[in-house]
Design a protein around this ligand. Structure first.
Ligand code: ZN
Length: 411
């Protein structure tokens, strides 16, 4: 366990916050600081073909130790942290044998991590938690995943009696700004399938995510001096509100859960002359997703014909798709992960992601890629924490998946 703690702390104390406003890859130069360290570490533990490209994508290979054909599998994590909250000067605190009470993160600023609010804490009574000091995020998302993958590879290298096929490791920058998969060279990686170690609670296993699109509705008005506006002024903001109210009232993030999709109005920029409505559209079901896009276009058409004028226009852009479509034809890759968890005494928690992952993009790039827990909670903020025991279990899951993949290929 100490090995995991030391390794994890050596990663989270290096600031790797990504920046959505940057055009470069990685989006921030400081991500190189950890990337270069990871390359050295992969070499030190004895990985082969360790490489880092001009965009800071890291790949490495653990060669097969059996003399028969086994599918090549991969494990992927990201080393950037979310720009939602600062990742500079992270000062991790270790809470040993957690007693189930409030954890004072910061006495001076009275910042408390409480099970009254974060009930999940009670799952980890008696365990060792790593928390922040209340002033930064922790970066367990996803440096826990990196810790687990490297620790698992080190374990497999030191325990050659565990039989496995070729295993690939991939670490990416910029996942938190939606660009982790963009420059990932799937062909070079060369795996038949992979797993992102980027989920939250211990036991999580995910292979379904939203289909996602963005929409911008532009509403044109006419500005005239308000004193002389009779029968002349067209106030785009009123028309825009008509569009907003034409969409189903209950199909919003605040009224939906599970497999229920939604329209989410994220921003309004309005003046008399022009109003822009920004939406995101989300649905797990492909047909319903397409239906949502059609509905928005139909509302635009109906309102234009109602006013006999081209007041409304809409632009819709697809963002990402549900990986289920790509994973279901190779469902054994989920079964293996589920089996691996059960074999070490974990209860798999399989549920649809109400968002996207790098794995969904990778799945559409030809690398089917379900998501497995990395163990952390309360990502992207000061209350982020990770139980060391969950990281330990994730290490075991990785080793077990490698072992099961090889033993199934033998039959
Ligand atoms: Zn993540």
């Amino acid at each position: 366990m100490q090995n995991i703690i030391d390794r994890f702390i050596s990663y989270v104390t290096i600031d790797t916050e990504s920046d959505p406003n940057s055009e470069t890859t990685p989006s921030t130069a400081k991500q190189w600081d950890l990337a270069n360290k990871l390359v050295e570490e992969l070499k030190t533990i004895g990985m082969s073909d360790v490489s880092i490209d001009e965009n800071a994508y890291i790949m490495a290979t653990l060669p097969s130790n059996v003399d028969y054909e086994v599918p090549t599998i991969g494990f992927i994590s990201h080393f950037d942290t979310s720009p939602d909250f600062t990742g500079a000067n992270v000062k991790p605190q270790i809470v040993k044998n957690y007693d189930g009470n409030n954890i004072v993160l910061n006495k001076q600023e009275n910042i408390i991590l409480s099970p009254d609010y974060f009930e999940d804490l009670l799952l980890y009574k008696g365990q060792t938690l790593i928390t922040t000091d209340g002033t930064t995020l922790l970066g367990a998302d996803d440096k826990a995943g990196i810790t687990e993958i490297i620790t698992a590879m080190e374990y497999l290298i030191n325990n050659p009696q565990i039989k496995h096929g070729t295993i690939k490791v991939g670490f990416t920058p910029d996942e938190e700004i939606g660009r982790g998969a963009h420059k990932f060279d799937v062909e070079k990686f060369g795996a038949d399938w992979a797993y992102t170690m980027d989920g939250s609670q211990i036991g999580e296993l995910e292979y379904e995510n939203f289909n996602a699109a963005s929409a911008v509705v532009t509403v044109k008005g006419k500005i005239v001096h308000p004193g002389y506006a009779k029968d002349k002024m067209v106030n785009s903001m009123y028309y825009a509100s008509e569009f907003v109210n034409a969409l189903p009232k209950k199909e919003k993030p605040e009224h939906t859960e599970g497999y229920e999709g939604f329209f989410h109005l994220t921003q309004i920029d309005g003046k008399v002359e022009e109003t822009k409505l920004q939406y995101i559209i989300r649905d797990h079901d492909k047909a319903k997703f397409e239906g949502r896009k059609t509905l928005m276009k139909n509302v635009v058409d109906e309102l234009n014909s109602k006013y006999d004028s081209l007041i409304f226009s809409i632009e819709i852009k697809d963002q990402y798709f549900n990986m289920k479509e790509k994973v279901e034809p190779v469902m054994h890759i989920v079964d293996i992960a589920e089996e691996a968890m059960k074999s070490i005494g974990l209860k798999p928690i399989i549920k649809p992601i109400r968002g996207g992952t790098d794995g969904s993009q990778l799945s559409y790039m030809g690398l089917p890629c379900p998501n497995i827990f990395a163990g952390g909670h309360n990502f992207h903020g000061r209350y982020e924490y990770v139980p060391v025991e969950s990281m330990q279990k994730a290490v075991e899951v990785i080793c077990k998946i490698a072992e099961l993949t090889a033993s199934m290929a033998q039959k």
